[in-house]
Design a protein around this ligand. Structure first.
Ligand code: ZN
Ligand code: ZN
Length: 355
């Protein structure tokens, strides 16, 4: 192949439904018309990858996923080849790839609501070839973000974990006036982005809740004003004390189990918002009268939009948010997923397929 790229590469692929992915050798893809070929410098691992490995065939087929495909949907790298009809990019330029797929032309996309695009169920790393390989192709310019001086390995998780948190924070920002309070439940990957975003974009007092003391000290370093250890029968009283009896303006719940939902909704003051981002099977059971914040809102989140990814990358370039990466070479990708599964990572696990 031309452009100085080797013919074959290693890729971590889901070869069949509900089978452990394998590291295999495949052909390097070619940038077609309207595409660029990206040499992957870093691919962030996401909890959703673990669910993909378990996905039943019926569901995979229903949403038009095709096995085999290469996993990995948080991608940073450099341009390795430029397809026909693509202008404005240079070989060697550092980029990150927009993680969520969207069609760009449906009624939601044209209004800028591409995070809810009904045609976005299949994309790079979920149903089609992703970034856990030395090279990946992307549509340009729509999916390609120039990242300037930002390290592609740092930028990679911004496109999914960072952008999803940003999407949530953006939806509640208008309520975070001076004197307001924002609670983040769950100080993991997404929650630690949310805490930084709240600090850099609002004057709100930020309270982080997690049952892991290490995570709480980590997010204190990132700017959380107060930390609360775990969600239990004392949490409501603790939040009341921190807010001098006023209740909190906004809760962003990155855990989403029955208990966090009950405590989160209960903590919100009138006209406040409870937003659920974590999906761990919890349900909301509240009588409407007296148990819900008066004139309050309960909102759901659905991934992120193209503009969210651009915005988060800009914030990172300006040094207003950061992403700590635990780096793994491609031949240790299984160890990286184990660490993600067992919650032993400090930052985001980022696999570096080109060393
Ligand atoms: Zn993801
Ligand atoms: Zn669309």
């Amino acid at each position: 192949m031309s452009n100085g790229v080797n013919d074959t590469m290693l890729a971590y692929r889901l070869l069949d439904w509900q089978q452990p992915p394998q590291l295999v050798e495949i052909d390097v893809p070619t940038a077609g018309a309207g595409q660029v070929l990206v040499e992957v410098k870093g691919n962030g691992l996401c909890h959703s990858d673990l669910s993909m490995m378990e996905l039943p065939e019926e569901i995979g087929r229903m949403i038009d996923w095709r096995v085999p495909f290469t996993l990995g949907h948080e991608i940073g790298g450099v341009i390795a080849a430029i397809g026909r009809g693509v202008a404005g990019f240079e070989i060697g330029e550092a980029v990150a790839l927009v993680s969520p797929a969207s069609c760009g032309v449906c009624s939601l996309c044209v209004r800028g609501h591409d995070s809810a695009c009904p045609n976005g169920l299949t994309g790079r790393g979920y149903g089609r070839d992703g970034g856990l390989a030395q090279y990946v192709v992307a549509n340009a310019p729509r999916d390609v973000i120039k990242i300037g001086s930002l390290d592609p390995r740092v930028a990679a998780p911004m496109t999914d974990a960072g952008a999803t948190s940003y999407h949530g924070v953006r939806k509640v920002l208008h309520k975070l006036i001076p004197g307001s309070t924002a609670v983040v439940i769950g100080a993991g990957g997404l929650g630690s982005f949310a805490i930084q975003l709240l600090r850099s974009m609002s004057p709100a007092t930020v309270i982080a809740i997690d049952n892991n003391p290490d995570r709480l000290s980590y997010v204190s370093d990132l700017g959380a004003h107060h930390t609360v250890n775990g969600v239990d029968e004392n949490t409501a009283a603790e939040l009341t004390k921190i807010t001098n009896g006023e209740g909190v303006t906004v809760v962003l719940d990155f855990v989403g189990v029955d208990r966090t939902i009950a405590v989160g909704v209960g903590a919100v003051q009138p006209y406040g918002t409870y937003g659920i981002i974590g999906t761990n099977g919890g349900t909301l059971k509240r009588p409407w009268y007296g148990a819900l914040p008066r004139d309050g809102e309960i909102i759901t989140f659905q991934g992120s939009s193209v503009s969210d990814a651009h915005d988060v990358v800009k914030l990172a370039e300006q040094g207003l948010i950061r992403s700590d990466a635990d780096l793994f070479p491609l031949d240790r990708v299984t160890d990286a997923y184990d660490a993600l599964h067992h919650g032993t990572l400090r930052g985001r696990a980022v696999v570096t397929p080109n060393g």
